[in-house]
Each structure stands twice: as C-alpha cells, then as structure tokens.
Ligand binder design. Structure first.
Ligand code: ATP
Ligand code: MG
Length: 210
C-alpha cells in the first residue's frame, strides 16, 4: 500500500496567476515531496472585499487552469468559487478531508506576507491544528517566526515550515499595473495566460470606481 497522500494547497486570488505562484508551488512540491498541489482560486477573498478591479472569478479560474496545464502534479479546484460565503480556509480544509481522507497530510503553501498575517485569519489556531504551512520568502516580507510564536506558541514551530529558495519578485498587483500602463508582462505569466488576458482585454482600465 502507498503512504499517506501529501497534498499542497495554494490558495489565492490569482488575479492573475503568475510565475511567482508557479515557481513557489513547484519548489515546495519538490522540496517537501508532495504528491499533488491543488490551486484554489478564492471567490470572495475576505481581505480584498473592497477592491474594484478584481477580475471575474470565471476569468481567474480559467487563467489558473491554463497556467497549471503543463504540470501533471498541479490541479485547479473550483471548490471556493461556488461558495456564497467568504472563502475561509478552515472550511476548505474540512471539505478537503472529506474528499481526500482524514489521514491526508495537508500543507498550505503561502508567501511570507500571507503567513505573517495568519493571526488575522478566521479560526487561525484551529487551522494550525488541522494542517501545516510552508512559507516562501517574498521581496519585502521575511517570515516572522518570533511574532508567530507570540500568537500561536509551540504550535508555530510544529506547523510552520520555511521554504528555502530565492524570493521571486513578481506580484499580481505589479502585473495589473503593467497592463494598465501598456507595459510587457511576458515571462512574468505563462504564455497562455498572457494570451488570455490580451484576448479578454483584462486589467486594461478601471471597471468601476470603489
Ligand atoms: P496581489 O498583488 O493582488 O495581492 P499576489 O501576487 O500577492 O497578488 P495572491 O493571489 O494574493 O498573489 O497570492 C496568493 C499566495 O501566493 C499568497 O500566499 C502569496 O503570499 C503568495 N505569493 C504570491 N506571489 C508570490 C511570490 N512572488 N513569491 C512567493 N509567494 C507569492
Ligand atoms: Mg497578495
């Protein structure tokens, strides 16, 4: 019999998905021996409620699909897109355990900026009890283990792991800005995503004012 499934979860807005997400997910998969990485685009990110330029969930989902197509270990899930309430990770983990079994090892993959804010997440302590986190450094954000220990005590060391890899300085915010200014995004997103953005005319100008 095979061992337990080791599943990586990449949650995000993916607005749009970019090479930083893909490089980080693949580095974690390789370094931590994960069987699979599931990309889960968020429908209503609780922390991005007020953003007026958030692309339609369908677009973000299709771009994520295009981006992961060439990696047999990567998959996209629409499980958060159809949820009416905000996409809370504790709920997602419970649903994943129903699908993949209670003994699956689940690793949340995040950037250091996201994990440093873990204490603001809904039921963060409970989440740390249920799964592990792997954090990648990001330009401008170092993993702050001391602060995380302050919030979560020993559980922080037990559940939060660091990915040792060079930071990749790409963000969706920068990509959206580049598009708005007519600048190149080539090599910052997969070619298929670049084509999709051009074809659909995404991020060219503000849609509504806040
Ligand atoms: P935005 O600029 O709109 O916030 P983003 O580039 O931060 O977009 P998100 O969809 O917010 O992308 O991020 C999803 C997850 O991926 C988060 O955990 C974030 O920290 C991580 N992440 C995004 N870009 C990188 C990167 N270049 N290196 C490491 N982690 C990243
Ligand atoms: Mg972000």
């Amino acid at each position: 019999m095979q061992g337990k499934l080791r599943l990586g979860i990449m949650g995000g807005t993916f607005d749009p998905i970019h090479m930083g997400h893909l490089i980080m997910a693949e580095a974690v998969r390789d370094e931590f021996g994960l069987d699979r990485v599931l990309f889960i685009p968020a429908a209503h990110p609780p922390h991005k409620k007020g953003r007026w330029d958030l692309a339609d969930a369908g677009h973000r989902y299709r771009m994520t699909e295009l981006a992961v197509r060439s990696n047999p270990c990567f998959e996209v899930s629409d499980m958060e897109l159809h949820r009416r309430e905000p996409s809370y990770s504790v709920v997602t983990i419970e649903l994943l355990r129903e699908t993949y079994g209670s003994d699956a090892e689940i690793y949340f993959i995040t950037g250091a900026d996201a994990i440093n804010e873990l204490f603001t997440w809904y039921h963060a302590q409970e989440l740390l009890e249920k799964c592990s986190f792997i954090a990648a450094n990001r330009q401008g954000s170092e993993l702050d283990m001391e602060a995380l220990r302050g919030h979560f005590g020993e559980l922080a060391d037990k559940r939060i792991h660091r990915l040792v890899a060079p930071a990749v300085e790409i963000s969706s915010t920068d990509i959206r800005q580049r598009i708005r200014c007519g600048r190149s995004i080539k090599y910052r997103v997969p070619a298929a995503v670049e084509e999709y953005i051009a074809k659909e005319g995404l991020y060219r100008e503000p849609m509504d004012e806040p």
